[in-house]
Ligand binder design. Structure first.
Ligand code: GLC
Length: 749
C-alpha cells in the first residue's frame, strides 16, 4: 500500500527517459535515412564551413570569393558558416540552402561568443578569478541568450587551454594555469551555453578548444611549436577537455600547433584514440581557421589535397575556411585515398548536432526578429555581468588600508588614460559588441561622487587600435605628465588606472615584455614621489610583471577587462559596496625571465638553498612569484584553524577546517585544498589544487568547511594513460592561496 504513489512516478520517469531515448533513436534513423540519400559531394559539403561576409578572424581576405560561396550554398556544399551576423543575414543564407539545395539540410551558424555577444561579461581569465562556477555558468547562459537571438546556434567557446605563459596573448581567453580549476570552469561554461535542453532556441552548442596543448606554445609565441611530454599532456592539458566532454560538449576545435611533431589537426591519436575513443566524444571536431591547409606549411603534407586526406583520416570532421575538403576530398575518396566510411562518421556527427539543436524541425528557429530586438543589452544581462565582474576582481595588496574609499571622501584624484576608456574593458574577443559600450571607471565613479577630479596624464595607446592591427604604445610623448604630478600633490588619494589596451592581449598578441606598457611605469613613479597614497587599478588581459609597483604601491586592485559593466564593478569595489573576493587563476611573475612560472611545479633535485651556487635558482632573480596562484585579499580578514584529516570507511579522505571572518565586514573566501604526493612512480608536483569552496561569512562568523578526497582526487595518469592511486604518505594544505595554509598529512594503504 505504502508504495501506491510510486507507480505513477516510475511511469513518468520511464516516459521521459523513453522520450529522450526515442528522440535519439528517431534522430539516428533520420540521420541514416539522410545519409543514404546523400551524394559524395553532399557529404563533403556537410564537412565544409565558410566564413561569412563580415568579420575576418584569420588570414583570409575579407569577404573572400562571395560568388563561389553562393554557388556552393545552393548546391548544398556548405554545412556551416561562421561570422554571419544578425537574424536577417542568417535567415537569407539558411533559406538559400534549405530551399534551393537538393536535400535542404540546414546549416549550423557558429561565432566566437567568447564572453558575450553584445553584453560583454569579463574576459574568461577574469571570470576564472571568481572561482564561482554558478556565476560562470550564468554568464555563459547570458551569452547564449544573446547569441541565439541573432540567429547563431553554436559558439567557439569555452577555450580550455591551460597555459603557464603570460607572454602568450590568449591566456585572457582561458581558465588559467591549473587543470583542476580549468576543468571545473570548462564544464560550467559548457553547461551555461548548452543549458539543459539544446533544442531550445535560447541555448547553443558549445566548443571545447583548442585540442590540444596550444597554450604550451614555445616561448609564448603565437602559433608556435609545442613539444611536451605525456605526463604534462595527460595530467595538465587533457583534464579540462575531458571534463567538457563529460559535460556533453557538442563540438571540439583542434588547433594550429604541432604537438610533438604532429599537427594536432592531423593527429588521429588525439582525435580518434583519445577524444572519440577513450573519452567517447559524440559530437564533431571543427578545425581551426585554415588549420587543415596549414598541415602543408607545417611540413606534414605535400599540398592542400594531401592535407585534406590526412585531416579527414585523423578525425577532423569539419573544415573551417581552408577549402581543402570542398575542393579535393570527393576526388580523394574516389581515388581510394580516404575511405567513404570516414566521411559517413563525420557527417553523422555533424547531423546529430543539427538534430539536437532542432534545426531539422525548424531551420529558422533561431531567426526571431522580436527576440533580436528584445534580448541584446537586456537589463537582466547587464545585472548578471555586473555580478560576474564584481566577483572577478582580485585585491592584490591593501597595506595601508586605503581601500575601501569613504563615500564622502574629499580630494580623490583619478589619473590614467584607461580610466576614461570605454573600449578596452571589452577585451579583444568582442567582435559583435559595440565599440565604446563599456561603462568606464569615471562613469562608475560618477554614480558615487562628483567630488573627484580626473587628469588623463600621458596617453598610453593610439585610439584607433583595431582587431586586425597591433596597438601603438606611446613611449616618448610625456605631455600630461607634469599636470598629473601637480594635481597629485594635493590629492587625499590617487586612483591610478593602468594596464593594457583591450587589443594588447588575445589571439596574435604575444609579447616579450609583460611590464606595464609605455610610460605608465614612469608615470606611477613620478606620482609616487609626490603622493604615496596610491590605489593602482590594473586593467589587463594577462599577468603583468610589475616588481617596483608591487614593492612600493600600497594598494593594488587587479580588475582585468571586466566587460560591459567594468566601471560600475570597479567603483562599487573602490567604495566598499563590493568586497573583492577574487583569487588569481594564474601566477604573476616578478619578471618575464621567470616565465613559464606556475605553482604546481616539480621539486627538482636541488630545491633547497645551498651556501654555494649549486642549487636550482637564478643569480639575478628570486624563485618565488610576485603574486602566487590562488592569491587574493579581502577588505576583511579570514582565519583558518582546526584542520582535521580522517579516513572514511570507503578509504576516502575527509578533510575539514574552520574559517572565521575576523574583520568588520562580510566577505567571501575561496577555501583551497592542495595535495602533495612526495613519493610516487612518476614525480608529482610540489602541490596540486584538488578541491575548493567559495564561502560567504558575516563579520565575526565562523564556518567548518569540509572536503572529501576520493580516488578521483588522489591519483594521476601514468605515461600509459592509466589512472593510478598509489599508497604512501600524502600532504594536505588548506588555505586562502597556494602559498599558505594549514598543513597535515595522511597515509594511504
Ligand atoms: C581563430 C581562433 C579560434 C576561433 C576561430 C574562428 O583563429 O584560433 O579560436 O574560434 O579562428 O574565429
Amino acid at each position: 500500500m505504502k508504495f501506491r504513489f510510486l507507480k505513477p512516478l516510475c511511469f513518468i520517469v520511464f516516459l521521459s527517459l523513453n522520450t529522450k531515448l526515442m528522440s535519439q533513436q528517431d534522430h539516428t534513423e533520420k540521420i541514416e535515412a539522410l545519409l543514404k540519400k546523400m551524394t559524395l559531394e553532399e557529404k563533403v559539403g556537410q564537412m565544409n564551413q565558410y566564413n561569412g561576409f563580415y568579420d575576418v578572424t584569420g588570414p583570409a581576405p575579407k569577404n573572400g570569393n562571395a560568388a563561389l560561396k553562393y554557388e556552393h550554398l545552393k548546391k548544398g556544399w556548405v554545412g556551416s558558416m561562421l561570422n554571419v551576423r544578425g537574424v536577417e543575414e542568417v535567415q537569407k543564407l539558411q533559406q538559400l540552402v534549405v530551399e534551393e539545395s537538393r536535400l535542404g539540410i540546414p546549416m549550423i551558424f557558429g561565432f566566437d561568443v567568447i564572453h558575450g555577444l553584445k553584453t560583454q561579461s569579463p574576459i574568461p581569465l577574469a571570470e576564472a578569478a571568481s572561482w564561482d562556477m554558478e556565476a560562470i555558468e550564468e554568464s555563459a547562459a547570458v551569452a547564449a541568450n544573446e547569441a541565439s537571438a541573432v540567429g547563431l546556434n553554436w559558439t567557439f567557446a569555452p577555450m580550455v587551454d591551460i597555459s603557464r605563459d603570460a607572454r602568450w596573448g590568449r591566456v585572457m581567453e582561458g581558465g588559467g594555469e591549473d587543470p583542476f580549476l580549468g576543468a571545473k570552469i570548462g564544464a560550467a561554461r559548457v553547461r551555461g551555453f548548452q543549458g539543459k535542453d539544446l533544442s531550445l532556441n535560447t541555448t547553443i552548442a558549445a566548443t571545447a578548444k583548442h585540442f590540444a596543448a596550444y597554450g604550451f606554445a614555445e616561448a609564448g609565441k603565437e602559433y608556435n611549436t609545442v613539444d611536451i611530454g605525456t605526463n604534462t599532456l595527460y595530467n595538465i592539458v587533457f583534464p579540462p577537455f575531458k571534463a567538457a566532454v563529460e559535460a556533453n560538449v557538442q563540438s571540439v576545435m583542434n588547433g594550429f600547433n604541432i604537438l610533438n611533431g604532429v599537427p594536432v589537426t592531423a593527429d588521429a591519436v588525439l582525435q580518434r584514440d583519445f577524444l572519440k575513443g577513450k573519452w567517447g566524444f559524440q559530437g564533431f571536431v571543427i578545425s581551426d581557421w585554415s588549420s587543415i591547409a596549414e598541415i602543408a606549411p607545417h611540413g606534414f603534407a605535400k599540398n592542400l589535397k594531401h592535407a585534406g586526406e590526412i585531416a579527414a583520416k585523423a578525425g577532423s570532421d569539419m573544415d573551417m575556411e581552408s577549402k581543402a575538403y570542398v575542393t579535393h576530398l570527393a576526388a580523394s575518396v574516389r581515388e581510394g585515398k580516404v575511405e567513404e566510411r570516414l566521411l559517413d562518421d563525420a557527417v553523422r556527427r555533424i547531423l546529430k548536432v543539427k538534430f539536437e539543436l532542432g534545426l531539422f524541425d525548424d531551420p529558422y528557429r533561431y531567426c526571431n526578429e522580436k527576440r533580436e530586438k528584445e534580448r541584446l543589452f537586456h537589463k537582466d544581462h547587464m545585472e548578471a555581468v555586473l555580478e560576474m565582474a564584481k566577483k572577478s576582481i582580485v585585491l592584490l595588496k591593501n597595506d595601508s588600508g586605503l581601500l575601501p574609499l569613504k563615500k564622502d571622501q574629499k580630494g580623490i584624484l583619478v589619473i590614467g588614460d584607461l580610466a576614461d576608456d570605454k573600449n578596452s574593458p571589452l577585451g579583444s574577443w568582442r567582435l559583435a559588441s559595440d565599440t565604446n559600450s563599456a561603462v568606464s571607471v569615471l562613469e562608475g565613479m560618477d554614480s558615487y561622487t562628483k567630488d573627484y577630479s580626473f587628469v588623463q596624464g600621458p596617453k598610453y595607446f593610439d585610439d584607433d587600435a583595431s582587431f586586425l592591427q597591433h596597438v601603438k604604445i606611446n613611449t616618448d610623448d610625456t605631455s600630461g605628465m607634469e599636470e598629473a604630478v601637480a594635481a597629485a600633490k594635493n590629492a587625499s588619494v590617487v586612483v591610478l588606472v593602468a594596464g593594457e589596451h583591450g587589443f594588447m592581449s588575445g589571439e596574435a598578441r604575444s609579447r616579450t615584455n609583460i611590464n606595464l606598457p609605455g610610460l605608465q611605469h614612469q608615470l606611477i613613479k613620478a606620482i609616487h614621489k609626490v603622493n604615496k597614497n596610491i590605489v593602482l587599478v590594473l586593467m589587463n588581459g594577462r599577468p603583468l610583471a610589475l616588481p617596483w609597483e608591487a614593492e612600493n604601491i600600497p594598494t593594488i586592485l587587479e580588475t582585468w577587462q571586466l566587460g560591459s559593466q567594468s566601471g560600475n564593478a570597479i567603483a562599487q569595489t573602490l567604495f566598499g559596496d563590493n568586497n573583492p573576493s577574487g583569487k588569481l587563476p594564474m601566477t604573476f611573475p616578478r619578471s618575464v625571465g621567470q616565465v613559464p612560472i606556475y605553482y604546481n611545479h616539480y621539486r627538482t633535485g636541488r630545491a633547497t638553498r645551498e651556501p654555494n651556487v649549486f642549487w636550482s635558482h637564478y643569480a639575478d632573480e628570486k624563485n618565488s612569484p610576485q603574486f602566487p596562484f590562488g592569491h587574493g585579499l579581502s577588505y576583511t580578514q579570514f582565519k583558518y584553524s582546526d584542520l582535521s584529516i580522517s579516513k572514511t570507511a570507503q578509504k576516502e579522505i575527509s578533510v575539514s577546517v574552520s574559517v572565521t571572518n575576523k574583520g568588520e565586514m562580510e566577505g567571501q573566501e575561496v577555501v583551497q585544498l592542495y595535495l602533495s604526493d612526495p613519493v610516487a612512480s612518476i614525480v608529482r608536483p610540489v602541490k596540486e589544487l584538488k578541491a575548493f569552496k567559495k564561502i560567504r561569512l558575516e563579520a565575526g562568523a565562523s564556518m567548518t568547511v569540509r572536503f572529501l578526497l576520493t580516488q578521483k582526487e588522489l591519483g594521476f595518469y601514468t605515461t600509459d594513460y592509466e589512472w593510478t592511486v598509489e599508497p604512501g604518505t600524502f600532504e594536505v594544505m588548506v588555505g586562502g592561496s597556494s602559498a599558505e595554509g594549514l598543513s597535515g598529512s595522511f597515509e594511504l594503504e
